[in-house]
Design a protein around this ligand. Structure first.
Ligand SMILES: Nc1ncnc2c1ncn2[C@@H]1O[C@H](COP(=O)(O)OP(=O)(O)OP(=O)(O)O)[C@@H](O)[C@H]1O
Length: 521
């Protein structure tokens, strides 16, 4: 790597034995920002490496103990027990082999484009080895770097890898080549809530209640991991094939600082304290805008979602004002989405994004409800307790205060994800993309960039920025479960087979650092 070798990197780091972590030493404090950045990357690399290594050892021991326990409970002969342990060892070896195997873009067949985002695209893809279908998010590195989004993509990858929740889209792999970062996620074929809202216009309170309730569980699950999303919007809420909702897109927040709020707040000395009214020339409430304007807004909104600017419609005022903000900002966004579901437009929408920004900051005068469509008093009350100051906002003192709101009286929180969804999307097969927009495949076939062999190292050699991005979620037992490495034990009908005993022990979810990935033999 350019001006970079392991010795130098390590030389600039000092292990703090008391705290069992690496600290930057004096060499680093007087060094250039580039060196400091490299040192920080090295620190993270080493910490990840050892954390993963130790975790791997521990998991392995745990699996061995668990199998021994199960074998004893099953009261099978010593020979059979030994055979089981040998079988486990074989699987562990196979697991390590699969883990070491580098996963790259060449392992996937790239199919239909299903989404566009600020930094790249999302498309269906098929794993060549298993035929499994995934959604592949492809992000342009240069774009991420030039717009200071490296930390954001790292947090997205970390969150996806860390949080195992049915409300969060699952990450299977992440890897990179010279130009792009790739996230290989589970494919959710039900489409996103933005598409649903564009199709349906408004939702009934029962349907909206279901989605809002599942969104609450999803948002809460990331808050429990100390993440603040900050950019919750209908395009980030995606439905699985049964119609249950999952949250996606973490941390790739738009650089709103440059685009709107800085211009708005600095050039016009906008403090957020002044009153705002239609008489001042501010555009009318969304619901009193002419129909064509509203249609234009809807069409434009889709384009906006794909642009590098994005939409501000759901962003909390404290985020726009760059005041300190916390998890409560996500509950504001939920209030704005709920308003849109029931009224047809976000509460502060406008043709002009700067106006949206002003309206949000002046929400006290700008939040209004039209006469039509009518919504229940409870719904209105909940919206008003989400779109309000942080101090009075529901959720500021914990999620329970939102869940306890009377609008959710009929919701069975504990079994929500087991219940039938409010709307079941039509999905005809694994490759069905009917619930997504159609995108022209402008890029054509995927680039022929070498991603294997010695070239790969050269191509990625300057990517200290993206160290630690690689992740692999394996389930090798599933993939080799039917192979002839399994030995079925004979015995009474109660005697469990090796397959069934081993099958209960999963070898999965292991993050591997880039360094441990070796080219295929
Ligand atoms: N796992 C998935 N399954 C199905 N569709 C998905 C999945 N992930 C993303 N999409 C689709 O792709 C669209 C864009 O994805 P996403 O919002 O994650 O991209 P992005 O580049 O982070 O966009 P932005 O930051 O602009 O919101 C989503 O609105 C959704 O329609």
């Amino acid at each position: 790597m350019e001006g970079y070798d392991g010795t130098v990197r390590l030389g600039a780091l000092h292990m703090n034995h008391d705290r069992n972590e690496f600290d930057s030493g004096p060499d680093v404090s007087v060094s250039s920002p580039v060196t400091r950045q490299k040192a920080a990357a090295a620190k993270q690399f080493i910490e990840n490496h050892y954390k993963n290594y130790l975790q791997g050892l521990q998991d392995r021991k745990e699996r061995r103990r668990e199998l021994q326990r199960q074998a004893q409970e099953a009261q099978i002969s010593t020979e059979e027990q030994e055979e089981m342990m040998r079988n486990l060892e074989r699987r562990e070896t196979e697991f390590m082999r699969v883990q070491r195997r580098k996963v790259g873009i060449d392992d996937f067949e790239q199919l239909t484009v299903i989404g566009k985002g600020a930094f790249g695209e999302v498309r269906l893809c098929r794993a060549k080895s298993t035929g499994e279908i995934y959604a592949m998010k492809k992000l342009k590195k240069s774009e991420m770097l030039s717009r200071g989004q490296v930390e954001h993509v790292r947090s997205e990858r970390n969150l996806l890898a860390e949080v195992d929740s049915r409300c969060i889209v699952k990450l299977h792999y992440s890897f990179q080549d010279s130009d792009f970062l790739y996230l290989i996620m589970e494919y959710l074929p039900g489409g996103d809530i933005m598409t649903l809202l564009m199709r349906e216009d408004i939702l009934s309170e029962d349907v909206a209640r279901f989605y809002i309730a599942e969104s609450i569980l999803a948002i809460h699950s990331i808050h429990q991991h100390n993440y603040v999303h900050r950019d919750i919007k209908p395009d980030n809420l995606i439905l699985d094939k049964k119609g249950h909702l999952k949250l996606s897109d973490f941390g790739l927040c738009k650089p709103l600082d440059d685009k709107y709020s800085t211009i708005l707040l600095e050039s016009e000395e906008f403090t957020g304290n002044e009153s705002i009214s239609e008489a001042d020339g501010y555009s009318a409430s969304p619901w009193s805008m002419p129909k064509e304007k509203l249609l234009h807004w809807k069409r434009n909104r889709r384009a906006l979602a794909y642009s590098t600017v994005g939409t501000l419609d759901y962003m909390a005022p404290e985020v726009l004002l760059k005041k300190g903000y916390g998890m409560e900002c996500d509950w504001w966004s939920l209030g704005a989405i709920m308003y849109e579901m029931l009224i047809g437009y976000p509460p502060f929408c406008s043709d002009d994004p700067r106006m949206t920004c002003r309206k949000i900051i002046n929400w006290k005068t700008c939040l209004k409800f039209p006469g039509e469509p009518k919504i229940s008093a409870e719904a209105k009350d909940l919206i008003c307790h989400l779109l309000c100051d942080v101090e009075t906002r529901l959720g500021t003192r914990g999620v329970e205060e939102i869940k306890a709101h009377p609008w959710f009286k009929s919701i069975q929180w504990d079994t929500l994800y087991e219940m039938e969804a409010a709307y079941k999307p039509t999905v005809t097969g694994d490759l069905d993309t009917q619930n997504f927009e159609k995108f022209p495949d402008l890029e054509g076939p995927p680039s022929a960039t070498a991603t294997v062999g010695p070239w790969r190292k050269m191509l990625t050699s300057k990517d200290t920025n993206f160290i630690g991005f690689t992740f692999k979620k394996s389930d090798v037992l599933k993939s080799i479960g039917n192979s002839d490495t399994d030995v079925k034990l004979h015995g009474s009908s109660q005697t469990p087979s090796v397959i069934s005993l081993l099958g209960r022990i999963n070898l999965q979810d292991t993050a591997i650092p880039e360094s441990e990935q070796k080219p295929d033999a």
